[in-house]
Design a protein around this ligand. Structure first.
Ligand code: CAA
Length: 284
């Protein structure tokens, strides 16, 4: 039976995206919905692990994958602090399942008008945007290929760990598309406009060593070393004060858009709250 999240105040949902519109209770996708999306979800206290689980298709993602990811984001239990994304088999993800382009029921709405197309893609993007919620730290553990929507999934996370065999490729322009699963902003923020252009418009593959040099990954580990690296990183993240972690992620995410004066003010606002909480804790 899937868990239903009920918030502290009268059943308000507490997932990082704030739950369903209208304040109705939300629930995690059940086994059938996860399987339809090619996903596995493991909840272990403060750590949730989402595994892309279609290795026979190199974890290619369908619209059902992105809808299931969004549903996980809406209903994540409030005790979860770290969300890990990883892939079964030889690749993290080969990006969009190319059968989505062959049309038919459930396929891409090629003939859609602007508003319909916009709403369709917005729903898919929700599968990625919740990974930026301050309440959680998200970690992509990448091995093998991270192509297109797979690369963008890694970019949607806060921290990327790569195995030495990882390769990152923004393939969309080579297929006549643009990267539209929230990846262009973090890519430009990390590598700058010129490098982002070069990577996207050549659709070349960046290996783990270059990804580390470019700042696209935070840690590179030997092939087969992702489990140990995740264990270490997760322990480090959970050792930090939970409220301070939320406030710090909120601050850091706001920094690129803020002027120095705005950011200083944001630091003060967050710190006053922290100091008050620490003082209350000291008083017991
Ligand atoms: N969609 C559907 N099926 C896929 C797939 C994909 N994206 N990627 C791999 N598969 C299937 C293959 O067709 C193959 O199926 P069969 O066993 O039935 O032949 C199976 O997975 C294994 O694939 P390979 O034999 O090719 O495995 P490999 O390890 O030699 O190569 C790969 C792996 C480099 C990922 C290669 O499969 C590949 O290049 N795949 C296509 C990648 C791609 O173009 N993705 C789209 C990116 S663009 C995007 O994602 C758009 C967006 O977000 C908007």
């Amino acid at each position: 039976e899937p868990a239903t999240t009920a918030g502290p105040a009268g059943g308000a949902p507490t997932g990082p995206t704030g739950g369903a519109p209208g304040g109705t209770a939300v629930r995690l996708p059940d086994e059938a919905e996860l399987a339809e999306g090619g996903l596995r979800l493991e909840l272990d206290g403060a750590v949730a692990t989402v595994t892309l689980a279609r290795p026979e298709r190199r974890n290619a993602m369908t619209f059902a994958t992105w809808r299931a990811l969004a549903a996980i984001g809406r209903a994540l239990p409030p005790e979860v602090r770290v969300v890990v994304l990883r892939g079964d088999g030889p690749s993290f993800s080969a990006g969009i399942d190319l059968s989505m382009f062959s049309g038919g029921e459930g396929g891409f709405p090629f003939g859609a008008d602007d508003a319909t197309g916009d709403a369709f893609i917005a729903e898919l993007q929700e599968g990625y945007t919740w990974l930026r919620a301050p309440e959680i730290v998200t970690v992509a553990a990448v091995h093998g290929h991270a192509i297109g929507g797979g690369f963008q999934l890694a970019l949607a996370c806060d921290i990327r760990i790569a195995a030495e065999d990882a390769g990152f490729c923004m393939k969309e322009p080579a297929l006549g598309l643009v990267p539209d699963l929230t990846g262009t902003k973090p890519l430009v923020e990390i590598v700058g406009v010129n490098r982002a252009l070069e990577l996207c418009l050549t659709a070349r593959t960046v290996d783990a060593a270059e990804a580390a040099r470019l700042g696209l990954v935070e840690r590179v580990v030997p092939s087969g070393g992702l489990d140990a690296a995740l264990e270490e990183l997760t322990a480090q993240l959970l050792a930090v004060n939970a409220e301070a972690a939320v406030a710090t992620k909120r601050l850091l995410l706001a920094a690129p858009e803020n002027t120095l004066a705005e950011q200083c003010a944001a630091e003060r606002r967050e710190q006053v709250v922290r100091l008050r909480a620490l003082a209350a804790a000291f008083r017991g």
